[in-house]
Design a protein around this ligand. Structure first.
Ligand SMILES: *Cc1c(COP(=O)(O)O)cnc(C)c1O
Length: 387
């Protein structure tokens, strides 16, 4: 690869791949295992199960597919309600709609940006009195910070409602008790999309401790065909499995996970050290519970800065730097506007003040300094302009 120059665009979270991934891909190709499944898939599943502290992992075409299969397995269907975070990416909520169920949106707690256990408790009490409990709860580990596993487990257990952990952004993070992201609830999902902490260019996994959950997910992901020669089908299936070639790339990526986590965390620390003392500037949650993987660093701008996240985003864009607004809350998305939402202001505040900064593990120190300098320049301009 050519050396980065001061003109090379800096992307938010580009894939961090190299010779090891290339060699793995060619090894899988040369082995002849091109018919989707194969030994790389089996090995990748075992390795991700270990990384998430689970007995089983099922390799799939995306994290979205994993959540869809987890919800189907819990019997989610038309007429059901499913609790979902409002502060998240659309993929945490869309699979609820695929099942014909209705999302019940719940805001985040300020400390972790994960699903707020206190709001959840109030909602479940109210739903229990009305005699209509949600079928399942989706909890998210936002921006690589684990949600409050312990309190969410306690609240859900009171009404015996299963949790699915959306750990798509959090592989490599740990909860307060030291257990890994992906270890919460009946099942969890991780994602290997191109912008995640590791990538297969597209892919995901469902992880679980339950033999039957894993078996049924594998079956549904392969068109739900029963093991007879003529392929008997008694239910609707999907084509959701991951290719053996991509699993090989994923294994090479996973071998470098610790280094990628360390690099992203160091980038976040550099942003906080260089910018955290400026008036009106702060950062999103990190390490308030457990230890995050540093997936994306989020800067928060108060009016005292004289600027807004959008103005900063455009200034960075002019400097060849990609930044992105934080997830627009689901209760503000036209497609989910009809859903009930229990709000506490956290997601709206984060959306008003937050901007995700370049955080990819392949960023060089010089590139991180370019981002720091560009942010400082913009904030100096705004302060000097008398607002
Ligand atoms: C990326 C992401 C997903 C979906 O994963 P894909 O592999 O892209 O389908 C789900 N939830 C969250 C929070 C994500 O960021």
């Amino acid at each position: 690869m050519p050396a980065a120059t001061s003109l090379t665009p800096i992307l938010l979270s580009p894939p961090d791949v190299g010779p090891a991934e290339r060699a793995a891909l060619l090894r899988a190709f040369d082995s002849g295992w091109l018919a989707p499944l194969g030994p790389e898939v089996d090995a990748f599943e075992a390795e991700v199960a270990a990384a998430t502290g689970r007995r089983h992992a099922v390799a799939l075409s995306s994290g979205t597919a994993a959540l869809h299969l987890a919800l189907l397995d819990l019997g989610v269907g038309p007429g059901d309600e499913v609790v979902a975070p409002t502060f998240t990416f659309a993929a945490s909520v869309n699979p609820i709609r695929y099942c014909g169920a209705t999302p019940l949106l719940v805001d985040a707690e300020p400390d972790t940006w994960g699903l707020d256990p206190a709001l959840l408790a109030d909602l479940l009490d109210e739903r229990a009195r009305a005699g209509r409990l949600p079928r399942a709860i989706v909890a998210v580990d936002l921006y690589g910070n684990v949600c409050d596993h312990r309190r969410l487990t306690d609240v859900a257990a009171r009404y015996d409602i299963p949790i699915v952990e959306d750990a798509a952004e959090a592989l490599g993070a740990t909860a307060a008790d030291g257990r890994p992201a992906g270890s919460l609830g009946a099942a969890a999902l991780v994602s290997f999309n191109g912008n995640k902490i590791i990538t297969t260019s597209g892919g995901g996994m469902l992880v679980t401790d339950d033999d039957l959950v894993a078996e049924r997910a594998r079956n549904r992901a392969s068109q739900a065909r029963l093991p007879v020669a003529h392929y008997e089908h008694v239910e609707i299936g999907y084509n959701y499995r991951l290719s053996n070639l991509l699993a090989a790339v994923g294994r090479a990526q996973l071998a470098g996970l610790d280094a990628k986590v360390a690099r992203r965390r160091a980038i976040g620390e550099r942003y906080r050290a260089a910018l955290g003392d400026l008036p009106g500037v702060s950062f999103g949650p990190h390490d308030r519970i457990g230890r995050g993987n540093g997936w994306l660093s989020v800067v928060l701008l108060d009016p005292a800065t004289g600027t807004t996240p959008e103005r900063l985003r455009l200034a960075l864009q002019r400097a060849g730097i990609e930044a992105r607004p934080v997830w627009k809350p689901m209760h503000r998305q036209p497609v989910h506007a009809f859903c009930a939402a229990v709000l506490n202001g956290t997601s709206d505040d984060a959306f008003a003040r937050g901007l995700c900064l370049p955080s990819g593990s392949s960023l060089t120190d010089a590139q991180v300094e370019r981002v720091v300098d560009a942010i400082r320049d913009h904030l100096d301009d705004r302060a000097g302009s008398g607002r």
